[in-house]
Write a protein that binds this ligand. Structure first.
Ligand code: NDP
Length: 447
C-alpha cells in the first residue's frame, strides 16, 4: 500500500489493484468512497490518520476448511470464512450466510457494509460477516446439523460474547443457530451469548426473527411520512420469500398495504389484490418443512406464478428488495421508474447494482433508502439480545416493536441530518456511519 495519503482517483486506482479479485467488495467500497470523500477533504485529521485506507481493509480474514459427513458416509468439503472488519465500536458483529455462491469477496463486502450499518445504530457493535459455500438445498436434517457442527468446530476459537458474535443470514435461521450454538456450548463448555438469533426459550430475544423485515417497513413508513405521503393503501412488491421478505410482507399488511408480489430464485408469485396473512403463514410453514417451492404453492394461495421473472416485474408503488445483493439492476430501476414506483427501500444488503443506484439517486421521482440504513433493525435487536445475555436476563422489553420503531426513527433522523442534499439517504447513511467509526479510530490511536 502507498505510504502517503492519496487523492480520490489514486485511492480508487490502488483499491482496484489491491482488491482486483473482489468485485462485490470493490463495489461497496467505491460507493462509500464517493459519498465520504468530500467529508475527508473537509476533515484533515481523517486524511492524516488515513482513516479510509485503514477501513478499506478488514482487521482480519479467517478462512477455514469444513469437512463433514453425508448420510451415505461420503465426505463433503466446503470453505468457510469469518471476516472481522472492525471492532472500533464494539465486538465484531454480523451474520453467517450459507449459500453455494458464497465467496470471500461477498463476505468481505458484507463485513464492510455491516461496519457502517452497525455504526448507525445507537449500540456498541463492530462489524463482521461470515459464511460458507455450503448449499443446504437437498440436505437432510442430520446433514445440516453435522455441517453446522463442523463449521463451528473451526469458528469457535475466534468468537465469543466480547469478541465476535455471529447471527443468521441467508439459509441460516433459528434452526441453524441452534445447531451452531449447541456445538459452541459443547466445544467451549460455556453457555454464553456467542451467537444471536437464538430461540427465546434459551437465550434469544423476542422479535429477533421479525426485526429486519418489520424495521424495514417502519423505515419505509418514515420515508413516506417525511415526503408527505403514506404507505396506507399503497401496493408493494417484495423480492425473496425468506425471513426478511416474509416479515416485511407481514408488516406491510399492518400498515394497510397490499402485497402484490413475493419471489424466489426461480420466479415471482403475484396476487391480483393482495397476499393475506394466511398466505404468508402458509409460506412460512412450507419453509419450516423445507418445502418452500413457491410455484407449487401458487394455486393454493390464489396467486399466479411467473417463472424466471422478478418481483420487480409486478407493478407496485413501493418496492422492497429482500433477497440478495445486486438483485435490482439498471433495467429494473428504469422499469420501476416507468411504472410509477415512488419508494424503494432495501432489505437485502447492497440490493442494487452500482448502475441502478446511480439511476435511483439521480431522480427525484423515487424515495430510495440503502440497506445499511433500512435493514439495520435486525442487528439492533441482536444488540438487545447481547445485552440481555450479558446480564443473564431473559427480560424482554414490554413492547419490543415500539423499541424497534424508535431505533429505526433514530437511524432515519441520522441519515437525514447527514445527507448533503434533501432526502439523500444513501449519502446520509454513509457519512453518518463513517463519522462515528472515524472518530473512534482517532480517539483510539494507531492500533
Ligand atoms: P433467507 O435465506 O431467509 O431468504 C433468502 C431469500 O432470497 C429466499 O427467498 C431465496 O430464494 C432468495 N435468494 C437467495 N439468493 C438468491 C439469488 N441469488 N437470487 C434470487 N433470489 C435469491 O435469507 P434472509 O431473508 O435472512 O436474507 C435476505 C437478505 O436480507 C440478504 O441479503 C441478507 O443479507 C439480508 N439481511 C438479513 C438479515 C436477517 O436478519 N436475516 C439482517 C439484515 C440483512 P431461494 O429460496 O429460491 O434461494
Amino acid at each position: 500500500m502507498t505510504q502517503t495519503p492519496l487523492d480520490q482517483a489514486d485511492f480508487l486506482d490502488e483499491a482496484r489493484r489491491t482488491h482486483a479479485g473482489a468485485p462485490e467488495f470493490l463495489q461497496a467500497l467505491e460507493e462509500i468512497t464517493a459519498d465520504i470523500w468530500p467529508v475527508l477533504e473537509q476533515t484533515p485529521e481523517y486524511r492524516k490518520a488515513r482513516v479510509l485506507e485503514r477501513l478499506s481493509d478488514p482487521d482480519r480474514i479467517i478462512r477455514f476448511r469444513v469437512s463433514w459427513m453425508r448420510d451415505d458416509g461420503s465426505v463433503a468439503i466446503n470453505r468457510g470464512w469469518r471476516v472481522q472488519h472492525s471492532n472500533l465500536l464494539g465486538p465484531y458483529k454480523g451474520g453467517l450466510r450459507f449459500h453455494a455462491d458464497v465467496s470471500e469477496s461477498e463476505i468481505r463486502f458484507l463485513a464492510l457494509e455491516q461496519t457502517v450499518k452497525n455504526a448507525l445504530t445507537p449500540l456498541s457493535l463492530g462489524g463482521a460477516k461470515g459464511g460458507s459455500d455450503f448449499d443446504p438445498s437437498g440436505c437432510s436434517e442430520g446433514e445440516i446439523m453435522r455441517f453446522c457442527q463442523a463449521f463451528m468446530m473451526q469458528l469457535a476459537p475466534f468468537i465469543g460474547p466480547r469478541r465476535d458474535i455471529p447471527a443468521g443470514d441467508i439459509n441460516v435461521s433459528s434452526r441453524e443457530i441452534g445447531y451452531l450454538f449447541g456445538a459452541y456450548r459443547a466445544q467451549t463448555q460455556t453457555f454464553e451469548g456467542a451467537l444471536t438469533g437464538k430461540d427465546t426459550g434459551w437465550g434469544g430475544t423476542c422479535l429477533r426473527a421479525e426485526a429486519t423485515g418489520y424495521g424495514l417497513v417502519h423505515f419505509a413508513s418514515l420515508m413516506a411520512e417525511e415526503a408527505g405521503r403514506s404507505l396506507d393503501g399503497a401496493c408493494v412488491a417484495i423480492s425473496g420469500a425468506g425471513n426478511v421478505a416474509l416479515h416485511a410482507a407481514e408488516r406491510a399488511l399492518k400498515y394497510g398495504m397490499s402485497v402484490r408480489a413475493l419471489s424466489s430464485s426461480q420466479g415471482a408469485l403475484a396476487w391480483k389484490t393482495s397476499a393475506s396473512q394466511d398466505d404468508i403463514e402458509r409460506i412460512k410453514q412450507a419453509r419450516k418443512n423445507r418445502n418452500a417451492d413457491l410455484e407449487s404453492l401458487a394455486s393454493e394461495l390464489g396467486a399466479s406464478w411467473h417463472g424466471g421473472r422478478k418481483a420487480f416485474d409486478i407493478p407496485a408503488d413501493v418496492v422492497l428488495p429482500c433477497a440478495t445483493q445486486n438483485e435490482l439492476d439498471a433495467d429494473d430501476a428504469a422499469q420501476l421508474l416507468d411504472q410509477g414506483c415512488w419508494l424503494i427501500a432495501e432489505g437485502s444488503n447492497m440490493a442494487s447494482t452500482a448502475d441502478a443506484m446511480v439511476r435511483l439517486r439521480e431522480t427525484d421521482s423515487v424515495l430510495y433508502a440503502p440497506s445499511k440504513a433500512a435493514n439495520a433493525g435486525g442487528v439492533a435487536v441482536s444488540g438487545f439480545e447481547m445485552a440481555e445475555n450479558a446480564r443473564f436476563s431473559a427480560h424482554n422489553p414490554d413492547d419490543p416493536d415500539a423499541e424497534l420503531k424508535r431505533v429505526m426513527a433514530d437511524i432515519h433522523t441520522l441519515c437525514l441530518d447527514h445527507a448533503p442534499s434533501k432526502g439523500d439517504y444513501a449519502a446520509g447513511a454513509n457519512i453518518a456511519g463513517f463519522h462515528r467509526v472515524a472518530r473512534a479510530m482517532l480517539d483510539q490511536g494507531v492500533a
